[in-house]
Design a protein around this ligand. Structure first.
Ligand code: HEM
Length: 149
């Protein structure tokens, strides 16, 4: 036996895989993204708002939204970006547009999936919408409306 103190042993293990936030597959997310932005483009108010920024760039946007939703729902870690900056830069965005966006998102998810999948996705989307809304419109005198909580 030596007199030397036992070396400090540091062990590191990979974190256990996280259970996805929602039971949904990457291809179902692809379907959701396709359907949702089809509906967005057909929407009388939201369609032109998106088109202003995304004309000629829809494919890249849809790909990015797939990365985003896979990262949010499946913790895939594939998305990095600055959604707040991007949304704050949309000149014609109005407070109530987020309500229209959420209504359409809710209808689209309800058409594609059963309540156990659609329910949590909408809850997560509303939470993100709320933070984007607050970053753009929130002040001490302008709290988030009820439909964002
Ligand atoms: C009225 C509501 C909304 C409008 C009009 C809108 C519009 C847009 C537009 C035009 C872009 C493209 C920006 C660019 O490339 O410069 C964009 C990007 C994006 N949007 Fe929205 N959006 C809305 C709400 C939301 C919500 C609620 C979410 C999330 C739940 C979301 C997530 C994103 C993400 C992740 C991007 C990509 C940002 C990046 O380039 O990294 N959006 N949105």
């Amino acid at each position: 036996m030596s007199d030397r103190p036992a070396p400090t042993v540091l062990t590191a293990r990979a974190a256990p895989p996280r259970t996805p936030a929602v039971e949904i597959s990457p291809s179902e997310i692809g379907l959701l993204v396709d359907r949702f932005y089809e509906n967005i483009r057909a929407h009388p108010r939201l369609g032109p708002l998106f088109e202003q920024r995304l004309a000629g760039k829809w494919d890249a946007h849809l790909e990015r939204m797939n990365l985003f939703w896979r990262s949010v729902l499946l913790y895939s870690g594939e998305y990095s970006g600055q959604p707040v900056v991007k949304h704050n830069a949309l000149p014609d965005l109005q407070e109530d547009d987020f309500r229209l966006w959420l209504d359409l998102f809710e209808t689209t998810t309800a058409t594609l999936f059963g309540p156990p999948t659609a329910g949590p996705i909408v809850v997560i989307a509303r939470r993100i919408a709320r933070s984007l809304w607050l970053a753009r419109f929130g002040t001490p005198f302008n709290k988030a409306p009820d439909w964002l909580t």
